[in-house]
Design a protein. Structure first.
Length: 254
C-alpha cells in the first residue's frame, strides 16, 4: 500500500520545523511566477528554473535539511541550460499529449512530474533523460500519484474561499513538501526494484561524475534539522520497499 498518509504526516512535521523560511520561499516563488506570467520571456525563461528550485528546496526540507533562502535560486539557476531544457521539453511533451484528449494529457503530466526533482538532484542526468527516468519512476504508480493530488482538493477549495491566503500561509508550502516526499519514496522504490539504475541517473563506473546529493552537502549552507520521532509508528523517509535508506551524498544502495 502506498504510504500517502505517512508522507503527508512527515511533510507536516518538517514544515512546522521550518515554517517561516518555507512560507517566505513560497511567497517569493508566487510573486516571481505572477510577474513572469505576463511576458513570454518570463514564462519560458524564469518560471522553469524557479519551479525546479522550489521543488528541490521542498525536497531538502522533507529530508530534514535546512537550506538557506538563496538555495531557491542557486538550485534552479546553477545549471540553467540543462534545467531549462528539461522543463521546456516536459511542457512540450505534455502539451502534445493533451492535444489528443484531456485524459492522455493528465496521464503524461503525471508520468513527467518527477522531472524537476531529477534535474535538481542529479547534476549529470541530461534533460531528456530526466523525463525518461521520471516515466520509469512513476510506472505503475500513476493512480497513487493522482490520489495524492486529489487528497489536497479540500485545501484548494479553502484557498479559493480565503482568496489564496491559506494557500500562501500553509497549504501551498505543505503540499510542496509532501510532493517532494512522494518523489523520494517513488525514486527509492524504483531503485530498489530495478526499474531504474545508477546509470539512468548519470552515474557510470570509472567516470569522474558528481555524486548524488552534492547540491546539499551538510555544512554552512544546509543544516540538518531534528529527526521526527513517533515511536514505531513512523520512521523517517518512508520507503515503499524494505531496504537501505538513501543517504545524502552517497549513491543509493539497494
Amino acid at each position: 500500500m502506498f504510504p500517502r498518509a505517512q508522507i503527508k504526516e512527515y511533510a507536516k512535521y518538517q514544515f512546522r520545523g521550518y515554517y517561516g523560511t518555507m512560507v517566505g520561499v513560497y511567497i517569493v516563488v508566487a510573486v516571481i511566477a505572477g510577474v513572469s506570467a505576463f511576458t513570454a520571456v518570463g514564462v519560458y525563461l524564469i518560471i522553469p528554473p524557479i519551479t525546479v528550485g522550489l521543488a528541490f528546496f521542498s525536497f531538502l526540507v522533507y529530508k530534514g535539511w535546512r537550506p538557506e533562502f538563496g538555495a531557491l535560486f542557486s538550485i534552479g539557476f546553477s545549471d540553467y541550460g540543462r534545467v531549462l531544457g528539461g522543463m521546456l521539453w516536459m511542457w512540450l511533451f505534455t502539451f502534445l499529449w493533451a492535444l489528443l484528449f484531456i485524459i492522455p494529457g493528465i496521464i503524461k503530466s503525471i508520468a513527467y512530474s518527477m522531472t524537476p526533482y531529477l534535474l535538481a538532484e542529479y547534476k549529470n542526468i541530461p534533460a531528456t533523460q530526466a523525463i525518461r527516468v521520471s516515466m520509469k519512476i512513476t510506472y505503475g504508480r500513476k493512480w497513487d500519484i493522482f490520489v495524492m493530488y486529489l487528497s489536497f482538493i479540500g485545501w484548494g477549495l479553502l484557498a479559493a474561499i480565503t482568496c489564496g491566503l491559506t494557500d500562501i500561509l500553509y497549504s501551498g508550502p505543505y503540499k510542496s513538501i509532501a510532493y517532494a516526499g512522494m518523489y523520494d519514496v517513488l525514486r527509492n522504490e524504483a531503485l530498489a526494484s530495478g526499474r531504474i539504475t545508477q546509470a539512468d541517473l548519470g552515474f557510470y563506473p570509472g567516470s569522474p561524475l558528481n555524486q548524488p546529493g552534492t547540491t546539499y552537502q551538510q555544512g554552512a549552507q544546509y543544516q540538518q534539522g531534528p529527526q521526527y520521532q513517533q515511536g514505531a509508528q513512523y520512521q523517517q523517509g518512508p520507503q515503499y520497499q524494505q531496504g537501505a535508506q538513501y543517504q545524502p551524498g552517497a549513491p543509493y544502495q539497494s
